[in-house]
Design a protein around this ligand. Structure first.
Ligand code: ATP
Ligand code: MG
Ligand code: MG
Ligand code: MG
Length: 481
């Protein structure tokens, strides 16, 4: 009961008072100094063991990752670094750890190695920092929208619709998989016999349901897991990821951009306040890593400088057409350095997005008004487009190191246009009749966006691979536990 967490302890005035801490050994030096961590902070507390009065058998059991209970006196630290340390009076072993076999040794492991030992990587300084920051960002999301009066609407995980129409869905079924599932006359599986009486899948986005909420509650957001069976082995795609999706009545595309920009800046500021130590650690980690790179491959700015800059500067706002012009006129394009070709009408690839952000503008960029043909059916058609260049009121936010982190749009609120677009794009109008009721009964202009939560965590932590910002990553051929 009297346990003090290390974070609180390190902020305490040392007056020789009795304290008890529990945690795991990060390091044990000279049979004397234990660096103990309990997960409450990136920092370890130093324990000074009275080795003359401590049993040999106990000393032997103080190994990396062993779990200890320490009771002792909190005193001012003699050494440099920390202000306090504990003069141990008793060392109790709560859990032994075989130092020979323990996979995470007290040395620097590569992120690849730790990914393969993902079940233990929480115990490293890097990952504990990342997951504390992930927690903070989740809190910031609720805080931001609550302060603005948005309603947190829980949209379903099992759905009967494919919001994106991209066909990247995980099926949900209780039908047998051994070939004995009931069949229709044409040989296809008869889902009317299935649990829900129809074919169902894991949600790819909560947007359509979110629009039902927004067109009655005014401003809502969903925040939950989303699933996409896309076979993308990239550093920014997961099969299971979390998405934040606000949806707002009476917002146009500009209001939508303003909100998204304010939201991202708010999250970063909050993380910088709440996780200063963790961010300082990650900033240094990146700097150390970069030392092994040639000068021209190193980042111009450190992580903290980047975050500071992003919170204090407006994002660049350009249209898709302007983005294409910039790319086509770049020396990068002329020297054929892009892998994917580009022309008006093609979608921006990650390499193009990152060029715009990292090389051209050197700040986050909001790209608007994409060609209608490459965007979803629910985005609002822009009036007065040139022949053959029909655009929609879409916006993507592009961030350094990642590319797209937000996709959003003003929604098509005009019933006839929406139905025409659905028919043109082969979206089943009948099945989405419930969605169309928002346009049938008191339709209103509205807008919304989806922020990839893990991509936001990548942005804030500077982690290069999305697998390293989610506790349990699900990617193609990878679902260990
Ligand atoms: P991308 O172009 O990177 O494949 P997208 O355009 O398919 O993304 P959207 O449908 O616009 O993605 O989804 C909204 C947001 O959700 C994206 O901006 C991104 O931040 C996030 N997101 C999309 N797919 C994934 C994924 N597979 N893993 C992690 N985050 C994702
Ligand atoms: Mg995608
Ligand atoms: Mg995209
Ligand atoms: Mg998108």
């Amino acid at each position: 009961k009297s346990r003090t967490k290390i974070k609180a302890l390190l902020a305490t005035e040392p007056t020789g008072q009795d304290v008890t801490v529990m945690g795991w050994v990060r390091n044990f030096r000279s049979n004397r100094f234990i660096a103990l961590n309990d997960g409450s902070t990136i920092n370890n507390v130093q324990i000074v063991v009275d080795f003359e009065n401590t049993d040999e058998s106990i000393l032997k059991r103080i190994t990396t990752s062993a779990c200890l209970k320490i009771t002792g006196k909190l005193i001012a630290s003699q050494g440099s670094g920390q202000s306090v340390e504990i003069q141990a009076e008793s060392v109790e072993i709560l859990g032994d750890s075989d130092a020979e076999k323990y996979p995470i040794q007290p040395k620097k492991h590569s992120l690849e190695f730790l990914r393969e030992n993902a079940h233990l990587r929480f115990r490293t300084a890097t990952f504990s920092a990342v997951f504390r920051i992930r927690h903070t960002i989740a809190q910031a999301i609720h805080k931001f929208f609550s302060e603005k009066g948005f309603v947190y609407l829980h949209t379903p995980i099992i759905t009967a619709s494919d919001a994106e129409g991209a066909g990247e869905m995980f099926r949900v079924t209780t039908l047998p998989i051994d070939g004995s599932a009931p069949r229709n006359e044409d040989g296809s599986i008869d889902f009317s016999e299935d649990f829900f009486g129809k074919s169902t899948n894991l949600t790819v986005s909560g947007q359509l349901e979110g629009e039902l909420g927004a067109t009655a509650l005014g401003e809502i957001y969903t925040f939950g897991p989303t699933f996409r069976a896309e076979n993308s082995n990239t550093t920014r795609h997961l099969a299971e990821f979390w998405m934040v999706e606000p949806e707002m009545a009476f917002y146009d595309l500009e209001d939508n951009q303003d909100l998204a920009e304010e939201f991202i800046q708010y999250i970063i500021k909050y993380a910088m306040e709440q996780n200063a130590d963790d961010l300082k650690f990650l900033d240094q980690r990146l700097k150390d890593e970069e030392k092994s790179l040639p000068q021209d491959k190193r980042q111009e700015f450190g992580l903290l400088e980047k975050l500071e800059f992003v919170t204090n500067n407006k994002f660049e706002r350009i249209t898709y057409t302007e983005a294409i012009d910039i790319l086509l006129n770049s020396s990068h394009y002329k020297k054929k350095k892009f892998k994917f070709d580009i022309s008006w009408g093609t979608d921006l690839q990650s390499e193009h997005e990152r060029y715009l952000v990292e090389k051209h503008f050197k700040k986050p960029v909001i790209v608007t008004n994409y060609p209608a043909a490459i965007k979803s059916f629910y985005m609002r058609l822009n009036d007065g487009c040139e022949e053959g260049r029909q655009t929609v009121a879409a916006m993507d936010i592009l961030a350094p190191g990642i590319g797209e982190i937000v996709g959003g749009s003003q929604r098509e609120e005009r019933y006839e246009r929406l139905v025409a677009r659905m028919e043109e794009m082969g979206v089943p109008v009948e099945e989405l009749s419930w969605f169309l009721d928002t346009r049938r009964y008191g339709t209103c202009p509205h807008a919304g966006f989806g922020l990839g939560f893990e991509r936001m965590v990548q942005f804030v932590t500077g982690m290069g691979n999305i697998r390293d910002v989610i506790p349990f990553a699900r990617t193609p051929k990878n679902c260990e536990f």
